[in-house]
Design a protein around this ligand. Structure first.
Ligand SMILES: C[S@@+](CC[C@H](N)C(=O)[O-])C[C@H]1O[C@@H](n2cnc3c(N)ncnc32)[C@H](O)[C@@H]1O
Length: 235
């Protein structure tokens, strides 16, 4: 069991090492379904078409871009503690108005660099699983949201369908680390992906943690046989 500071260093180093290939691998390994997952997540914020939104664990900015694409008057603060991931995202930003509305900031999701009651929405795509202190991160997300603001967590979950489950587990544990290792040069990073999914909280545990942080109206929306889920909470 790693200590929080050890886990942070490990996670930051792993993402730094794959930052240049992260987007390519994401599309390849998910067969581009990840784009649909981010689209669905972002649609759940359509009642807040203007004003600031926080994209936490923003990485190479794929969800920040979708957030800015779906609402032309939205500003996105994109926070990640791995500078290399943010830099890779900034280098690949398309040449359109979203450049002026996405603000990348290097910072820790467990100590969000923003004042209380700031954002209408907070999104975290495939980031919560990587936090060293999950409850501390959720408490911070609650703090920086405005009252009635919405939290959306997009995260891997474990499919329970008896046909899908063994196929998915084989893909995740055997196929994915090998392909990803070849392309990224860091197989360990994708072994970590598989083990972090296997070890992550059950959906009901994560929802209980959202409630502990103060969120109401909590619910889970499983997508694609429950391979991923969107967890929702309102401040
Ligand atoms: C799997 S990537 C997800 C990137 C992006 N959200 C996406 O949809 O592809 C996870 C990101 O979480 C970041 N991360 C992990 N722990 C963090 C923390 N405590 N504070 C800020 N960022 C963190 C990593 O640096 C990495 O860029």
């Amino acid at each position: 069991m790693q200590q929080p500071e050890e886990k942070k260093k490990f996670v930051r180093d792993k993402f730094a090492s794959i930052s240049g290939r992260y987007d390519l691998l994401n599309s390849l390994l998910s067969m581009r379904i990840d784009r649909y997952w981010r689209w669905r997540t972002t649609r759940l914020l359509r009642e807040f078409p203007a004003g600031p939104v926080l994209d936490l664990c923003a990485g190479t900015l794929p969800l920040s871009l979708e957030l800015a694409r779906q609402a032309k008057n939205r500003q996105v603060l994109a926070v990640d503690f791995c500078e290399d991931m943010l830099r890779a995202g900034v280098r690949a930003l398309p040449d359109d108005d979203r450049r002026q509305r996405i603000f990348p900031v290097c910072g820790d999701g467990e100590e969000i660099p923003a004042p209380d009651n700031t954002f209408w929405g907070c999104t975290v795509a495939f980031g919560v699983r990587n936090l060293a202190r999950t409850q501390q991160g959720l408490n911070e997300m609650y703090r920086v949201l405005q009252p009635t603001g919405k939290l959306l967590i997009l995260e891997f979950s474990r499919p329970t369908n008896p046909v899908v489950k063994p196929v998915y587990n084989f893909y995740l544990n055997q196929v994915l680390p090998r392909i990803a290792g070849l392309i990224s040069g860091d197989k360990e990073a994708y072994d970590y992906l598989a083990s972090s999914i296997a070890e992550f909280y059950e959906p009901r545990e994560l929802l209980a943690m959202l409630e502990k942080a103060g969120f109401g109206e909590t619910r889970r929306l499983p997508l694609t046989f429950g391979i991923v889920s969107i967890y929702i909470g309102v401040k």
